[in-house]
Design a protein around this ligand. Sequence first.
Ligand SMILES: Cc1cc2nc3c(=O)[nH]c(=O)nc-3n(C[C@H](O)[C@H](O)[C@H](O)COP(=O)(O)OP(=O)(O)OC[C@H]3O[C@@H](n4cnc5c(N)ncnc54)[C@H](O)[C@@H]3O)c2cc1C
Length: 426
Amino acid sequence: MLNNETPYDVLIVGGGPAGASAAIRTRQAGLSTLVVEKSTFPRFRIGESLLPAGNALLRELGVWEKVTRAGFIEKFGARFYLGAGDAEKKVDFSTGLIPGLESACQVDRARFDTLLLDHARELGAEVRQATTVRALRTEADTHSADLETQGNTVSVRARYVIDATGRDHFFPHALKADLAPAAFARRLAIYNHFTNVARDPGPAGGDTLIVRLPDGWFWLIPIDADHTSVGLVTTQAAFKAGRQSPAAHFAAVVARTPRLRRLLDGAEPSMDYHVTADYSYYRRRVAAGRYILAGDAGGFLDPIFSSGVYLALRSAKHAAALVIQAARQNRPFRAAECARHLRECRKPASVFHRLIEAFYDDDSFSVFMCPRPPWGLAPGITSIVAGHADLNFALWWRFRLFLLVCRLQRPLPLVPRLSLDPAPSP
Ligand SMILES: Cc1cc2nc3c(=O)[nH]c(=O)nc-3n(C[C@H](O)[C@H](O)[C@H](O)COP(=O)(O)OP(=O)(O)OC[C@H]3O[C@@H](n4cnc5c(N)ncnc54)[C@H](O)[C@@H]3O)c2cc1C
């Protein structure tokens, strides 16, 4: 039963990983918490590959036991391939520099997100599903939100709002209009869940497979015994030039890429193709007054290194901590706290940002793919790929050196150059 009389301590808009994990934390601190979620869980979401660095956050939330009991596929690494050619690079998490980052889960997001949201509810969060926040007004020291459920609108009040609405928010807010593009080419993703995708036997069968193409890449992520998430990321320009439907474009790229033909031989799509366009952005501000952004709502990075859920859990942790602190004194966020939240969101994202730049740059990609990178760089890069974005000195100098070698690779090739030219059509 919604409480229209007394303001909630916190209204959390969006019940994805950011919203649910923020709700768990505000409930752990005893704040009255309302989570409003547009859809009804379990609901489909893309983004199935988690990072080892996220395991510690799941432990803090008290859901680790539930996650391990849920029987998700364990991933011990990732394999990177060229679409045309033999080059191959295995990232084995157990060889990283930082201990404790040996594995992570590949999750069916419908189940994973439900698990998190159910946990928030068990801790006492009130969860309204199939309900959309349509408008938010700031009044003195509370917010008033219009909640729409099946055409009916009611208003609730809350002292603080955590906006965890992901990439599509359905209500305007000044903070979200202030966008700083993440400086990557405009891309889009076309994806589906497939059956009949062959896997390696044993633990290697849980690896994420990434296939690099001249203007994009493919992912293959095993999500349960029968289903594999498969997606194509390409530039919007390449997609438009193809003048095909998403499904036909996807099939055409598979057909002209030898590695993909082998990997997807006999595979069957299990639903309609989804398309996500126009991604990668940063916000210039992520908190003001008593309103704070978490997860994709605060910024989104190209998913090549599977950083999304991890960054969402991290930013939600920080957002919840600021709300808990401010709520004790019933005050708005201080300017320094807002600036700190921006730094907390940006700092780990900037590490992944650099890796993403390297991935898309052909010369840097040759360095990344080098089977035996020089100067013992490999264990450091492996830990960063596992999500350890807080760089201690041992990681920092290796990362700087990796980026330097990438920069030098064009004028002064230090590792063999890979050719990304597409193979001739069969
Ligand atoms: C193509 C692609 C591939 C990806 N691959 C990976 C990957 O392999 N690994 C990884 O970690 N990440 C990946 N991601 C990113 C990942 O999906 C996101 O980073 C993650 O879902 C962010 O969680 P969130 O809680 O911020 O947002 P979401 O999971 O999007 O949740 C937001 C929720 O808010 C709800 N909502 C929105 N507006 C309202 C409203 N007005 N009222 C009520 N509810 C509302 C939505 O219904 C939704 O449930 C990928 C993303 C894309 C696009």
